[in-house]
Design a protein around this ligand. Structure first.
Ligand SMILES: [Zn+2]
Length: 436
């Protein structure tokens, strides 16, 4: 994805036609003006020169997503859908003739990577799910084991304007669980290995295991079954993400070299033995996936996407005392694992496009700093699922970013105050929620 752009390409004073189209497309965003002194009507580039396609975004505070200090009054140069340069204004060479977008007073962060979702599996419905995510600044979504159709997996290879990227764990692996949507039900080591081989042949991005007896309802994957599954996946060069609930299973999976937890430990507070096991597996990733706090919460910020009635229903549904207790355990475990240095990534489960903005607040309530939560939701999450072209605002990466009206480092709920979203350098059309 990395694209080399030589500065000599910018020796051109004209504003190209495409840039004017871009400016009108993005006109609902913050104030912007072409950098060129040329009259707007003079759009024809010099006959033998390449048109200038770079755009400079100036004046914002930039949160790179890698944990570094934010850059105030930054300049971001985007060309060919990638970041070409990022730095303090005055230290970044703006290509001559590039269009300019004024983002003074705004904060820019990378798009969010939601590394645990379950979306629709028919093509059109899936693409709609991905569009709704882009509307909320979610630039990629990773389906965790419920993709039974080839048409869903095929969407991974597409770049769809205004839609989040898609990655998939294909179909996950569990013991027979009547009622669970179609997955691989396995009972023997050979069946475990065969299920992994089947998914590897589908070229999945991860292997998903469910290790959970669902409160005694079912037999669950044992070390004798998930161990070989993990081994088989690693032989195919595929990382393994495990749904867990119980601390003992989390320990067993660490001993079996699991790569990623798709949830935190939810039955009890983690103990010293678990933290020691984690220390011996420093590459293990936790997707905390806190779910909900169980308290009614103000969702008025969803006004652009939902009606007042819909928002009132969502707010009422959030109130749940059982969930409150479960949240406490998960929150303490997240805080402890984060303090212990575990790599924290980010996911929300289910199919709620706006959930990442609630999850980020919940992670801060658990004790992580807003800066750490943003790193989890951007760089760490992208890296965990192999989206190397995403996750940070730095030269060479895809120009996928959110423009916010306020700074989420000061208040994480400011991630909801979205002015505009860009994917591959193009503004996502946010005039109507989820529409093509
Ligand atoms: Zn899930």
């Amino acid at each position: 994805m990395k694209q080399e752009v030589s500065i000599s390409k910018f020796d051109n004073a004209g504003v190209p036609l495409w840039a004017l189209a871009f400016l009108s497309l993005a006109a609902c965003g913050p104030g912007m003006e072409p950098a060129s002194e040329e009259p707007m009507t003079d759009v024809e580039p010099a006959s033998d020169a390449e048109p200038v396609t770079a755009v400079v975004y100036e004046g914002a505070r930039v949160i790179a997503g890698d944990g570094s200090d934010p850059i105030d009054n930054a300049a971001i140069v985007v060309d060919g859908g990638v970041f070409v340069a990022v730095g303090a204004a005055g230290e970044v060479a703006a290509p001559e003739g590039a269009a300019s977008v004024d983002l003074s007073g705004m904060t820019v962060m990378p798009v969010i990577v939601d590394a645990h979702v379950h979306m629709n599996t028919s093509r059109d419905a899936l693409i709609n799910d991905l569009r709704q995510r882009a509307w909320f600044g979610v630039g990629a979504a990773v389906s965790m084991g419920s993709d039974d159709t080839e048409e869903a997996l095929a969407v991974r290879g597409e770049e769809i304007a205004g839609a989040a990227r898609f990655r998939s764990a294909g179909l996950g692996i569990t013991r027979p669980e009547p009622g669970r949507r179609v997955v691989h039900w396995i009972n023997t080591e050979e069946e475990a290995r065969e299920a992994v081989r089947t998914e590897a042949a589908r070229n999945v991005d991860l292997i998903k295991l469910w290790v959970d007896h669902r409160d005694g309802q079912y037999d669950q994957l044992t070390p004798e079954l998930y161990g070989p599954a993990i081994d088989e996946a690693h032989q195919h060069g595929i990382r393994v993400s495990a749904h867990i609930f119980y601390l003992e299973d989390a320990k067993g999976l660490l001993r079996a070299d699991v790569d990623m937890f798709a949830h935190g430990v939810r039955d009890r507070d983690v103990d010293d033995e678990f933290i020691e096991l984690l220390a011996g597996q420093p590459d293990t990733v936790l997707i905390p996936n806190l779910g909900a706090r169980g308290v009614s919460t103000d969702l008025s910020w969803l006004a652009g996407a939902f009606s007042e009635e819909e928002i009132a229903e969502l707010e009422a549904a959030a109130d749940n005392p059982d969930v409150r207790e479960a949240f406490g355990i998960q929150a303490r475990n997240l805080a402890r694992m984060s303090e212990a240095g575990t790599i924290i990534a980010f996911g929300t489960d289910g199919n709620t496009p706006w959930a990442p903005h609630v999850e980020m607040e919940d992670m801060v309530i658990s004790g992580m700093t807003p800066a750490d939560v943003i790193v989890a939701a951007t760089r760490n999450s992208a890296a965990a699922v192999g989206l190397e072209q995403m996750g940070t605002i730095e030269a060479g990466k895809s120009a996928d970013f959110i423009v916010l009206e306020a700074d989420p480092l000061e208040d994480i709920t400011n991630t909801r105050r979205i002015a505009s979203v860009y994917m591959r350098g193009e503004a996502v059309d946010r005039t109507a929620y989820g529409s093509p």
